[in-house]
Design a protein around this ligand. Sequence first.
Ligand SMILES: Nc1ncnc2c1ncn2[C@@H]1O[C@H](COP(=O)(O)OP(=O)(O)OP(=O)(O)O)[C@@H](O)[C@H]1O
Ligand SMILES: [Mg+2]
Length: 253
Amino acid sequence: MSLLEVEHLTKNFGGLSAVANVTLSVEADEIVGLIGPNGAGKTTLFNLLTGVYPPTEGKITFAGNDVAKLAPYQVAMLGVGRTFQNIRLFKDLTVLENVMVALHPTNSNLLTSILRLPGYYQRIAQQEAAALKMLEFFDLADKAAIKASNLPYGQQRVLEIARALAMKPKILFLDEPAAGMNPNETNELTQLIRKIHQEFGVAIVLIEHDMSLVMEVCQRICVLEYGRVLKIGTPQEVQNDPQVIAAYLGGDA
Ligand SMILES: Nc1ncnc2c1ncn2[C@@H]1O[C@H](COP(=O)(O)OP(=O)(O)OP(=O)(O)O)[C@@H](O)[C@H]1O
Ligand SMILES: [Mg+2]
């Protein structure tokens, strides 16, 4: 069984099928690209897979669990992490705090927290150390104390990835991680995605309009058009597919 199995998934908004009969699987060690023209249903598919919307029809199985009717926090706790097309950081918290809030409370004890028993401070110190380690991996440690909103835009995107990873997900959904980045930042992100995949052993599904990034890091690519799967294949297969070329260039298939 694959880590993620999506079967005949559909989401209707009124008369519009934003996601239409999508069947797709993702293995535990894969990086899969999700591409398609604007409005193709990419973000809606992420929203279905992370519990933001209930599907109109279809099945989502993650790590053997039926997750189609779960709330976002329940899906997250099963090991699903994500970033958003529009950055959603805690703008007034520091860079370090943004990662700390996402760390799994490993041996949380409510009474210890409420009464501020010695264990409380110890746990905060442990979380701080773990968050700092995460920031080091992302080359953000020297920015730990500044407000998230004061980071340059590209680094805010990277911080969002760091925060998602702090929850120790088994799969990470990245919605246009390179959006708004300059070519240099996009190059660095390409390397970073590979490094994350290796170091954290996490499956990654990424939506991206930057084709060079997608073609370079993804083992498989799924192309959506009008909510439907147009093609699933290797980067080479997708690039050479006449229907895909037509969808992007508007020519005849
Ligand atoms: N909550 C909603 N209510 C109604 N329609 C919606 C909703 N969310 C998305 N849609 C519509 O569903 C379609 C797919 O949108 P979606 O955001 O998933 O596309 P996308 O592939 O992520 O596009 P983009 O590349 O521009 O981000 C669009 O026509 C959009 O207007
Ligand atoms: Mg989108």
